[in-house]
Structure formats: structure tokens, C-alpha cells
Design a binder for this molecule. Structure first.
Ligand code: HMG
Ligand code: MG
Length: 305
């Protein structure tokens, strides 16, 4: 098996990360955080969500955040949309890249977006068709691809089925989510070849949460299976309020550290990501979980003392 020479990182901190914080974070701080991330070399920064503010009050200021961030040349800023209303809000704010999101688990889909999987696909068919008509780039998420928080069984074939339907409606790319961080490398080994039989591998990203410490192992398994796009979150922020027990995404610094040491290019400056993480750590006012971030902070503290 050959490893990719280049990997693309999709930064999730501002959306997946901040949607899961208890504290209300000021719009100014969100804008500053995203502006810092824009200086790192990241080419994809998920900026916010145009979902119902009742569902995710943490991102109720999506319009203002999107308007105020400095859009760096060559960087895309996708936003989450759950329905046509969200799409219209996103377009009015100026978004040209969107992400729709469903799941492999019926129970999770119901909790998260109050739809069955089929209803969500019908909703997204209209959203994706409008978005493609308007020249937008579209990502499709499939959550709970490695297990559901509600006990309903999820199989790799169920994931492939939803993935195929999202691609058929015109998504440019898919992101396969381990929403609650239960996945292990053998599941990655089973799922990726099944997906690859239907969808070009370069159109598939993997989105691992690190709830049980398996995320980086899953990244490595995915690399060996030919995946070269990964979602991660600066400092390891993240989680879905509708997935009980879900904690943060794999840390961007953790992925960058591993890839750099393996000689795989990302074009992203780990020190600058750390600076963004350090800024947001002061805002959310709790420790960040990324091990590489912690190690860099500890090394600096030791050097100073
Ligand atoms: P609903 O209550 O069934 O929808 O929610 P509704 O159509 O009956 O609307 C209820 C109210 O929300 C109405 O307002 C609508 O106008 C309003 P009211 O009349 O009561 O005043 N509304 C909206 N307002 C603003 N923007 C909108 C919008 N839509 C409706 N877009 C709905 C259904 C889908 C809207 C809701 O459940 C929702 O927004 N859910 C989003 C949940 C969410 O964001 N979860 C986290 C993201 S997913 C994730 O994190 C996983 C991921 O990271 C991958 C992984 O880890 O696996 C992507
Ligand atoms: Mg997530």
C-alpha cells in the first residue's frame, strides 16, 4: 500500500468546535479565530452553520460571522445548511460552498435534524440542485458511519447506500463521519474499499472524532486505504450536541504532526494553527485536548522556566 504524498485538511474548529461549547462566544472572537486559521495555509475552513438557532444557539450569529471574516485568497469557507431556508440564509450571507448533512443511523438523523434519512435526502436533493444551479460547491456529510449513539445498528453497506445517494444528487465531495468516536481501523479497512467501488476516492474525506482515542489510528488506516482528505479541529475542539457523549474532532495539530513526521505534505503551518488554538483556548476557557497542541505548549513552558 502506498501513502499519499499530499493530504488536504478541512478545518472544523469554527463550526464543529464552536457548536459544542457551553459558553456563548462573542461574534468578535469567532471572527478573530477564523481569521487566525486563515493565516495557517489551510485551504478549507468550515466557518459556521445556517441551521435553526433553536437547534444550535451557539452559531446563531452565522450571518454576521460569515460577513465579517476576512476571506483569504485561495481559501474556501463552506457552511452547514440543513434545508432550503438555511441555504437561502447562507447565500444571502455570501457563501459559495455549502455542506448538507445526514447520517447512516435513523435515530440519530431524527434527533439531529428531525427527519428520517429518506426525508433528509429529499430535502437535500432540492438544496443541492439549487446550489449546483447557483455554482456552489457542495459537500455531503454522512454521520454515525461507524456507530450510533442510540443503539441502532449501522453497517458499512448502509453508509455506502447513503453515500451513493448523496453523490447521485450532485455533491462534489463526501465526508464520512465517526460522530461519536467509536470507530476502529478494521472498520475503516472494511468501509473504504466498499465506498471506493462506487465513488472516486479523491472525493471522499474522513471525519473522525477522538472520543475513545482511536481517531489518529483511523486516519492512518484511511491513509493506507487511499484517503487523502481529513477533517480535523484546531486544538481538538468539537462534538455534536445531538450525539450524547460525542467529544472533539481529531486535533488538527495531531494530524499535522503525524503527517509532517511521515513526510506527507499538507501546506499547513502547525505553529500558526497552534496560535489559533491558543487564542480560542483563552476564549472557551477550558483545556484543549489535542496532544500535539499540549506537547507544544508544555515544551514552550519548560523552555521559558
Ligand atoms: P424542525 O423544528 O423540525 O424544523 O427542525 P421546522 O422546519 O419545523 O422549523 C422550526 C423553526 O426553526 C421554525 O421557526 C423555522 O423557521 C426555523 P419558528 O417558526 O419556530 O420560529 N428554521 C430555521 N431557522 C434558521 N435557519 C434554518 C432553519 N430551519 C428551520 N435553516 C432543523 C429541523 C433541521 C431545522 C433543525 O433540527 C436543525 O437546524 N438541526 C441542526 C442540528 C445541527 O446543526 N447539528 C449539528 C451539526 S451535524 C454534526 O455536527 C455532524 C458532523 O460534524 C459530522 C459528524 O461528526 O458526523 C457534520
Ligand atoms: Mg463532527
Amino acid at each position: 500500500m502506498t501513502l499519499p504524498r499530499h493530504v488536504t485538511i478541512f478545518e472544523m474548529g469554527a463550526r464543529d468546535g464552536l457548536q459544542n461549547e457551553d459558553a456563548v462566544i462573542a461574534t468578535d472572537e469567532k471572527v478573530r479565530y477564523i481569521d487566525l486559521l486563515s493565516e495557517t495555509g489551510l485551504k478549507w475552513i468550515e466557518a459556521t452553520s445556517f441551521v435553526s438557532p433553536k437547534a444550535i444557539p451557539q452559531l446563531a450569529d452565522a450571518t454576521e460571522v460569515f460577513a465579517r471574516i476576512r476571506k483569504a485568497p485561495g481559501v474556501r469557507y463552506p457552511v452547514l445548511v440543513p434545508n432550503l431556508k438555511g441555504y437561502e440564509r447562507a447565500r444571502a450571507a455570501g457563501a459559495d460552498a455549502i455542506a448538507v448533512f445526514t447520517a447512516a443511523s435513523e435515530r440519530f438523523t431524527k434527533r439531529n435534524i428531525n427527519m428520517t434519512i429518506d426525508e433528509s435526502l429529499a430535502t437535500f436533493r432540492d438544496v443541492v440542485s439549487s446550489a449546483k444551479h447557483d455554482g456552489c460547491w457542495v459537500r455531503g456529510y454522512i454521520s454515525t458511519a461507524f456507530g450510533s449513539p442510540f443503539g441502532d445498528g449501522v453497517t458499512a453497506q448502509m453508509v455506502v447506500d447513503v453515500a451513493s445517494k448523496l453523490m447521485a444528487m450532485g455533491c462534489d465531495e463526501l465526508s464520512i463521519g465517526d460522530t461519536i468516536g467509536v470507530g476502529v481501523p478494521s472498520q475503516v479497512d472494511e468501509l473504504v474499499p466498499l465506498l471506493a467501488a462506487r465513488i472516486p476516492l479523491d472525493l471522499i474525506a474522513m471525519h473522525f472524532h477522538d472520543t475513545r482515542g482511536t481517531a489518529l489510528a483511523n486516519v492512518y488506516a484511511a491513509l493506507l486505504n487511499g484517503i487523502s482528505k481529513f477533517d480535523s479541529s484546531s486544538g481538538g475542539l468539537g462534538g455534536c450536541p445531538y450525539a450524547p457523549g460525542a467529544t472533539g474532532n481529531v486535533g488538527t495539530e495531531d494530524v499535522l504532526y503525524m503527517l509532517e513526521r511521515m513526510g506527507i505534505e499538507t501546506g499547513v503551518d502547525i505553529a500558526k494553527v497552534r496560535a489559533a488554538s491558543r487564542f480560542i483556548a483563552g476564549v472557551v476557557d477550558h483545556a484543549l485536548t489535542s496532544k500535539a497542541y499540549q506537547a507544544m505548549e508544555a515544551a514552550e513552558a519548560a523552555a521559558i522556566s
